[in-house]
Design a protein around this ligand. Structure first.
Ligand SMILES: [Zn+2]
Length: 233
């Protein structure tokens, strides 16, 4: 067995710790990405709602035009009874007829404007339904991610306990070297191939290094990357 076997055992645990820590770091980002998925549906809804507002505005504009003419007709009719000459009476009639013609015109525009509102209302309802559907999917997935985060944190705590036990089996001198390298290199302990190549940086080691690794008596580091080398015994 290689003298660095306890370190290899430790490294296997550290590998799991790294994966779990990476997952913990990734979860908030994955949640953000989920939220971003909603922005398209939100934009579609905003757009449909703005369209609806415009369509409704056109309806009320036409209504106002009609009302203004109706008021004017009322006023003309009120004054008409007070008129003295037939000529004036006829002029009022002409004016009223003109206004009524305009009203008829506006009423047909009103029908068109009201017809325009219907499909836009449909689009708003569809966009609302789509957003709600997306929101539900995102909420469900976010809840899954939250649950996963709790599970990963628990697992990490358990693996760290496991690591503390495994670390006890490593001689302090080896531990010191390993820990110092751990922040800079991954993996720290690598196999030296039959061709004397470092399994980390792939540099061919001098024969003396290969001999030392084969002797299996202590830590032998790669000449280039400093990784701890081992050979399968
Ligand atoms: Zn190397």
């Amino acid at each position: 067995m290689s003298v660095v076997q306890p370190l290899l055992d430790l490294q296997e645990i550290d590998g799991r710790i790294r994966d779990l820590q990476q997952e913990i770091r990734d979860i908030p980002q994955r949640k953000d990405q989920e939220q971003e998925r909603l922005s398209g549906a939100r934009e579609a809804l905003d757009h449909a709602q703005a369209e609806l507002k415009n369509a409704q505005l056109r309806v009320s504009e036409v209504e106002l035009e009609i009302e203004a003419r109706q008021d004017r007709i009322q006023a003309l009719k009120k004054n008409q009874v007070l008129l003295k000459t037939n000529k004036e009476f006829q002029m009022y009639n002409l004016e009223i007829a003109k206004l009524e013609g305009e009203i008829a015109n506006y009423e047909s525009r009103q029908i068109v404007a009201l017809d325009d509102v219907i499909p836009v209302k449909h689009r708003v309802a569809e966009a609302q339904a789509k957003l709600q559907e997306d929101q539900e999917a995102v909420d469900a997935y976010t809840a899954e991610l939250d649950a996963r985060l709790v599970a990963v944190q628990e697992e990490l705590a358990a693996v760290k306990t496991e690591r503390a036990e495994a670390a006890k089996k490593v001689t302090p001198q080896f531990m010191f070297y390993y820990e110092r390298l751990l922040s800079k290199r991954w993996p720290v302990v690598v196999e030296l191939g039959d061709d004397c190549v470092c399994g980390g940086c792939h540099l061919v080691q001098p024969p003396s290094v290969g001999q030392m690794v084969r002797r299996n008596q202590g830590i032998v580091a790669c000449q280039m990357c400093g990784r701890i080398l081992f050979m399968k015994q």
